[in-house]
Ligand binder design. Structure first.
Ligand code: NAD
Ligand code: ZN
Length: 543
């Protein structure tokens, strides 16, 4: 499948296309450049000799050629999809993203390359005579004429005031595609609402041999196992399935051993890959079993909780718990592919969804404040019982782009720091106090809830230290509360136990508790050391 970039002249399709192609390890094709190459003539000259009609014929032929070629990022001309057959072809062979910008931005950009765009009259450009008199028009007029056409594309991205790198992040989220490198072999992450049906196709592309095991838990395997297996069988693969009991108590070395046995009886060899269908528990265990089976086989992540999509399924940390503590065993072993099917979130209990939202809000605070704008969409879930799924998520078109955008923040961070040596510490926001709360309550407060409370308290700490302006903690508390997450310490919690648990963590980190603290929504300061008295005062005076 191609990634087509479309939109008015000057919307930045070529600049964005080059960045996306580099990030996704795909070739880049600029359709106008392709036409010029084939015609051995510049586009304005084609217009001058053959008129717009002649150019459009060449454009259709060029599109036909590239559309049937190898997957690429393709920047289309500003009117390439006005023709219905062209539009049908593009939509059948890829995904189209339409860039949107206002006339002022477009005019400024077009002015940088006067004469390149034959349909436009370019004011103040020194090239006052249009190459093809009678056709050129001001960009505002062209935009008005095509407004409903550009608006008719389902995937649209406003780009007027964004720098190219941010535009590229947003474009990746809109397409739902990322490529993560930095920890061994690079791998692709896809997000969408029909990913489970495409598992077989993706595995054949990766070359994963003739067999696999789908590992799920006692909730996810009955719900989605057959869909995944059918997609794999359709590609001629022999599929076995293996269900582990649902829940954190399963995350043990004994379960890992049971996975090794399942791999053995299913004939999993070096060239094969195993599949994790479930939340963070299934992902962590299957990834770790894959890391250690035959000294390492590949694994594919099919995350089905919001937390696993935006957090645990990305970054390559795998492992299991010991009775003495969580995640004490583990290995860095990134998946070979992650396919996040957001339609699975419609069966997730509301309480689990909220825990994932805590991490998504954390990502907004780390690097994408705009994510918070989508929170009211989740607020309608508030009446849902904790154990019931949020029916309001079924067929929610906005869900996949939201999830992809929340993922983008973590991906950006782990790309910069795959092995947790520096900036990745930002992802610990809310987790230092959060872990203390989890431990002090013997995990009665769920992880996501503890992260919500922890983030608010860490914002109070940041305010006390002068790192954050006063009011930030209240602002964050309102955001977590908006989706039904707690923001206050549970009544009667043993504060000394909270602090003691954090001190225990501190021993691991060389004697000092190092915090990632919010300085603003969109900015986190890492490596902040806090003395015990300040911490104690914030915990004790928490509202
Ligand atoms: P989980 O895997 O236990 O899933 C939560 C519950 O939801 C389970 O009962 C599960 O069966 C059920 N479920 C999953 N998908 C469902 C669906 N689509 N419909 C209905 N029910 C569904 O928990 P989690 O919150 O996904 O993950 C938590 C784990 O992730 C913890 O063990 C944590 O340590 C780990 N984690 C790992 C990393 C990492 O980097 N590897 C990061 C954060 C958390
Ligand atoms: Zn977390």
């Amino acid at each position: 499948m191609h990634l087509y970039l479309y939109g008015p002249p000057g919307s930045g399709k070529s600049t964005l296309g080059k960045i996306l192609a580099r990030r996704l390890d795909l070739p880049f094709i600029d359709l106008d450049a392709f036409i010029e190459c084939t015609a051995k003539q510049r586009v304005p000259d084609i217009f001058a000799c053959e008129g717009e009609a002649g150019f459009r014929i060449r454009e259709t032929a060029a599109l036909d050629q590239v559309a049937h070629g190898a997957p690429a990022v393709i920047a289309l001309g500003g009117g390439a999809l006005l023709s219905e057959p062209n539009r049908v072809l593009a939509q059948a062979t890829g995904e189209v993203l339409c860039l949107q910008a206002d006339a002022v931005t477009l005019e400024a950009r077009v002015n940088r390359h006067p004469g390149k765009r034959p349909l436009l009259a370019v004011p103040n450009s020194g090239c006052a005579v249009p190459p093809h008199p009678g056709q050129a028009k001001p960009i505002g007029l062209l935009l008005a004429e095509r407004a409903s056409h550009y608006a008719s594309f389902a995937r649209r991205l406003p780009v007027s005031d964004l720098p190219p790198d941010v535009t590229a992040d947003r474009a990746q989220a809109a397409f739902g595609i990322f490529r993560i490198s930095g920890m061994g072999t690079a791998y692709t992450v896809r997000v969408g609402d029909r990913m489970l049906d495409a598992v077989g196709e993706h595995l054949s592309e990766l070359g994963c041999g003739d067999r696999t095991v789908v590992v799920g838990d006692t909730h996810t395997l009955p719900l989605y196992g057959e869909r995944v297996a059918a997609s794999l069988r359709a590609r001629g693969m022999a599929v076995s399935t293996f269900a582990i009991p649902a829940g954190e108590t399963t995350k043990t070395v004994e379960t890992v051993a049971s996975l090794w046995s399942a791999f053995l009886s299913s004939g999993i060899e070096r060239g094969h890959a195993v599949i994790a269908l479930g939340g963070g528990v299934v992902g962590d265990l299957t990834g770790f079993a894959a890391a250690t089976w035959l000294r390492g086989v590949r694994w594919i992540g099919l995350p089905t909780t919001l937390l696993a999509m935006v957090d645990s399924g990305l970054g390559g940390k795998t492992g299991a718990d010991l009775p003495q503590g969580k995640n004490l065993i583990g290995a860095f072993h990134p998946p070979s592919l992650v396919l996040a099917d957001t339609s699975t979130l419609a069966t997730l209990p509301a309480s689990e969804l909220r825990c994932g939202l805590a991490e998504a809000i954390k990502h907004a605070v780390i690097g994408d404040p705009g994510l918070l704008d989508d929170l009211p969409r989740f607020a309608v879930c508030e009446p849902c019982a904790d154990s019931a799924p949020c029916a309001c998520l079924a067929d929610a078109e906005w869900l996949a782009p939201f999830v992809a955008r929340a993922m983008a923040v973590k991906i950006r961070v782990i790309q910069q720091d795959p092995f947790e040596k520096g900036v990745r510490a930002a992802l610990n926001l809310g987790h230092t106090i959060g872990h203390g709360i989890e431990k002090a309550t013997r995990f009665a407060v769920r992880h996501g809830e503890a992260v919500a409370i922890g983030t608010v308290l860490e914002a109070q700490l940041a305010e006390a230290l002068g790192i954050a302006p006063s009011g930030l903690a209240a602002q964050l508390a309102a955001r977590f509360a908006q989706v039904g997450l707690p923001v206050k310490l549970p009544a009667g919690i043993d504060l000394e136990a909270v602090q003691a648990a954090m001190t225990l963590d501190k021993k691991k980190a060389g004697g000092k508790v190092r915090f990632a603290l919010p300085a603003a929504i969109g900015e986190v300061r890492t490596g902040v050391t806090v003395d015990d008295d300040t911490l104690s005062a914030v915990l004790r005076h928490a509202p």
